[in-house]
Unconditional design. Structure first.
Length: 127
């Protein structure tokens, strides 16, 4: 559905308009095209282990719910049709993350331990 004969700049502008037009429906995803639900975005688990350096940690995060991705703003979008490249920058004004975590390890000589519900609020994500 590319505008026929469009310059890269015209293609950039057209694509931003299409993205903005689709923005209200993006949160629901497009399962028929393999595009997942993005708001809320769910992850079953995330595990992280660092066993070297002054900080050693085991982190297990479960039942992760992330809200706010659908409120993104398109900062920059550029096509280079000669090189077949696309470059884009999006910003998300605020993400809210809820999960259950369990952490253990050490930071220098101090122990790290904790578990329970976690809530993170991240502002200006990817800005």
């Amino acid at each position: 559905m590319r505008p026929v004969g469009a310059t890269d700049e015209e293609l950039n502008e057209w694509t931003v308009k299409v993205i903005e037009m689709l923005k209200p429906t993006i949160a629901k995803g497009f399962p028929e095209y393999g595009f997942p639900i993005v708001d809320p975005f769910s992850l079953d688990k995330f595990d992280y282990k660092q066993k070297f350096g002054p900080v050693q940690i085991n982190l297990a995060v479960r039942n992760i719910q992330i809200q706010g991705f659908s409120k993104f703003n398109t900062v920059k979008l550029m096509f280079d049709t000669q090189e077949k490249l696309m470059f884009f920058i999006f910003e998300v004004p605020e993400l809210n993350i809820d999960a259950i975590y369990k952490a253990s390890g050490t930071a220098v000589l101090f122990p790290i331990t904790g578990s329970g519900p976690a809530h993170l609020k991240i502002r200006n994500f990817l800005k």
